[in-house]
Design a protein around this ligand. Structure first.
Ligand code: SAH
Length: 372
């Protein structure tokens, strides 16, 4: 893979084959598309956004679906009265999309195009760009780059984005996962020590010199990798902070390349452990200022007792956890940037400072994470 300055759009250049092997390949499987198609929160939001605003946004319009996958969003747009829908898909899922389009009698409206959005040439500009581009904690996968590229090339000046806005949130949580991961790490290290002893006894070679890299490797795996989790709202122990707002009509790649936020969260519960932080996102379908939505639909992936999504939340665990009381304030500096090795994965650094309700300040602590 080659990383560098990608010129006008200043996107890092990534070898296409590497990107296909690491990223696109899973989208070529129906089981993966089915997982997304079975996510009721996701499906209901897009369905309601398209059909409840059909009269003002979709009817007689030209629509571009970036990353059509199975073709579902393109089919809905056709059913909602679009004049034409261009449905672009990079993987061979495009064959299934074409079949589905035909079986649902919208082939005269939906044109499935197999190719990368970055390479596709359309015969006309479009009124609406619809896309489900959101990855874990919104930005993992960096697919929004492709939507930006499509927007800058193919959206009419008064066109609109579906969704139109996105936001990222972070809140302190308590979770049993912290202790579990620490125990897993300790077991892996205990096992390493037995392995070193046994290898010396049976095979006469001392492996001890490799302890440090083994420790580092496992620390990264068990303690510094964020986790997918369905957090229950009761696990949230302090106020949630809005750390990023994106206007999909105007955002640039530069704007989403890093997320940098500083915020304070007031702890609500007494004698609690802050095990770490949960991150999630929401998106809205508001149309644009000239042509606002008749119904502002929200798709949220916030912790919920009832409505879980396939995105869940990303959990960043602190080792050791912070002991806190009601009224204590946790100051957080949150920095997320693209992983150097691969632009679709993320590095996160979280620095916490605690100010107790009694006015005492504790030493700042910094933790690094990898969203894989
Ligand atoms: N729109 C579908 C699928 C969403 S998943 C749905 O809502 O169910 C995202 C899809 O976008 C995947 O199928 C992926 O292969 C495709 N994709 C991602 N980046 C792309 C790009 N640059 N060009 C074309 N397709 C892309």
């Amino acid at each position: 893979m080659e990383l560098g300055d990608g010129g006008a759009a200043s996107r890092p250049r990534v070898d296409k084959e590497v990107d296909f092997a690491n990223y696109f390949c899973t989208y070529g499987y129906l089981y993966h598309q089915k997982e997304m198609l079975s996510d009721r929160v996701r499906m209901d939001a897009y369905y309601n956004a398209v059909f409840d605003n059909a009269a003002v946004h979709i009817r007689d319009k030209v629509v571009l679906d970036v990353g059509t996958g199975s073709g579902i969003l393109a089919i809905w747009c056709a059913q909602a009265g679009a004049r034409k829908v261009y449905a672009v898909e990079a993987t061979k899922m495009s064959d299934h999309a074409r079949e589905l389009v035909k079986a649902n009698d919208v082939s005269d409206i939906v044109e499935v195009i197999h190719g990368s959005m970055e390479d596709v040439v359309l015969p006309e500009k479009v009124d609406v760009i619809i896309s489900e581009w959101m990855g874990y904690f919104l930005l993992r996968e960096s697919m929004f780059d492709s939507v930006i590229c499509a927007r800058d090339r193919w959206l009419k000046p008064d066109g609109m984005m579906y969704p139109s806005h996105a936001r990222m949130w972070v809140a302190p949580i308590r979770s049993g996962l912290g202790e579990q991961k620490k125990n897993d790490f300790n077991s892996a290290m205990a096992d390493w020590h037995s392995f070193v002893d046994e290898t010396q006894a049976h095979y006469g070679v001392n492996m001890g010199v490799l302890e440090k890299p083994f420790h580092e490797e496992h620390e990264k795996y068990f303690l510094q990798t964020s986790l997918w989790n369905n957090v229950h709202p009761d696990q949230i122990v302090g106020s949630a902070a809005l750390i990023k707002e994106i206007d999909c009509l105007t955002a640039s790649v530069e704007e989403i390349r890093t997320v940098h936020a500083e915020f304070s969260s007031k702890i609500g519960a007494d004698r609690t452990l802050v095990s770490g932080f949960a991150g999630w996102f929401d998106v809205h379908f508001r149309g644009n200022s000239k042509n606002p939505a008749t119904r502002d639909v929200e798709l949220t992936t916030a912790p919920s007792a009832e409505d879980c999504t396939h995105w869940g939340q990303q959990v960043f665990l602190l080792h050791p956890p912070i002991r806190a009381n009601a009224g204590d304030v946790v100051g957080v500096r949150f920095v997320m940037s693209r992983a150097k090795q691969y632009h679709r994965l993320m590095d996160v650094e979280i620095t916490t400072t605690v100010r107790t309700s009694g006015g005492k300040s504790l030493q700042p602590r910094s933790s690094k994470f990898f969203i894989e």
